[in-house]
Design a protein around this ligand. Structure first.
Ligand code: SF4
Length: 346
């Protein structure tokens, strides 16, 4: 059956919206392309996640209270948007990341293949917790063109890892095995990105550093990118964990750098990143325009909405009025940072 949503390129399976041609792939936080003004793009093919980490900044996973999740359906359509971005920005690194885990997309390999040979694609990285993953999946992704995995682990302690991830099936031992397989047997670059939860995993961070040194993790990039815990408005807060200041975070890294003789204070240049022209922004904060509702959004009171030119996707936020697909709403843009577009009814 052709529904209004499917006419726009959005169809739904339960709470998962499947995004297809001709739906625009720039403008939303949960799927498509995000440009933050460097010679790379964040590319998002899935917002799903099998874990419910206690500290998740985007509150993803089975315990999530999000209204809707998103999957891209069409790798060729996705490749066309990447080509368009390269035309405007020049050569680019691609980072498959998300407000979930990209490996939840069963066709991730297809999406990697679709962009690998595009002229101007400099490298492909997948940011993941490698759960659930197998050696076969890692091999297939590498074989389809992945140059690097950024892998998040926050402890090497199996029991603690299950608690922190909010999933008793999660096994950090298994993830460690996959990291070693990828690095030693396939020669893939690995960048480990532990989250420092002050007071909760201080010793664990040191153990992860020792593991990374011993296993010769890394490649052309530094092996470790320790992340700062930041309590986000819509994220989960790790109970009992206090957010430290950026200067305390820096001191923590400096201390560890000295202790282990390894680079931990990183800059964009360590990853070959430099400033680059931004994608043109046809819509700006303060503009008024008519938006057509094309489906439900990520959170309560949010909708997917598109302008008449169908060249960007908006998040339309409406607490007062409920809309259905096809409704045309006179709207005003209230946010356009990094091309992520949020509007409200006028
Ligand atoms: S932190 Fe990452 S892996 Fe954990 S629930 Fe959030 S998105 Fe999923």
């Amino acid at each position: 059956m052709v529904t209004l949503e499917s006419k726009f390129g959005v169809s739904s399976i339960g709470k998962v919206a499947i995004i297809s041609r001709p739906f625009p792939l720039v403008g939303h936080i949960a799927f498509g392309i995000i440009d933050r003004g460097y010679n790379n793009l964040q590319v998002r093919v899935s917002s799903l996640c099998p874990l419910s980490c206690l500290f998740c900044s985007v509150a993803a996973g089975p315990h999530s209270s999000r209204e809707n999740e998103f999957l891209l359906n069409d790798s060729e359509w996705f490749a066309e948007w990447v080509k368009m971005a390269i035309k405007e920005k020049g050569s680019l690194h691609l980072l498959f990341d998300g407000i979930g885990d990209p490996i939840t997309h069963r066709d991730l390999k297809k999406f990697v293949e679709a962009v690998k040979e595009i002229q101007g694609v400099l490298s492909i990285t997948v940011e993941t917790r490698l759960f659930p993953a197998s050696r076969n999946l890692v091999y297939e992704l590498w074989n389809s063109g992945v140059d690097r995995f950024n892998v998040s682990i926050d402890t090497l302690n199996e029991e603690k890892a299950k608690i922190l991830s909010g999933n008793s099936a999660y096994s950090v031992e298994r993830v460690r095995d996959l990291i070693l397989y990828a690095r030693k047997e396939l020669g893939v670059e690995i960048h480990i990105t532990p989250l420092w939860l002050p007071g909760l995993n201080d010793i664990d961070i040191e153990e992860i550093i020792s593991f990374a040194i011993k296993a010769d993790i890394g490649g052309r990039i530094p092996p470790l990118g320790i992340q700062k815990y930041v309590a986000h408005k819509y994220g989960r807060k790790a109970a009992g964990v206090k957010e430290v200041s950026w200067s305390d975070f820096r001191s923590f890294l400096e201390k560890l750098q000295k202790k282990f003789g390894i680079k931990l204070l990183l800059s964009p240049e360590d990853f070959g990143l430099e400033k680059a022209p931004r994608l043109h922004q046809p819509y700006r904060m303060g503009d008024s325009l008519k938006l057509t509702v094309a489906g439900k959004g990520l959170l309560k009171h949010e909708y997917l909405a598109i302008p008449p030119k169908k060249d960007r996707v908006f998040t339309l936020v409406s607490k007062k009025t409920n809309f259905t697909s096809g409704d045309v709403v006179a709207s005003k843009i209230i946010r356009d940072k990094d091309g992520i577009l949020i509007a409200v009814p006028k």
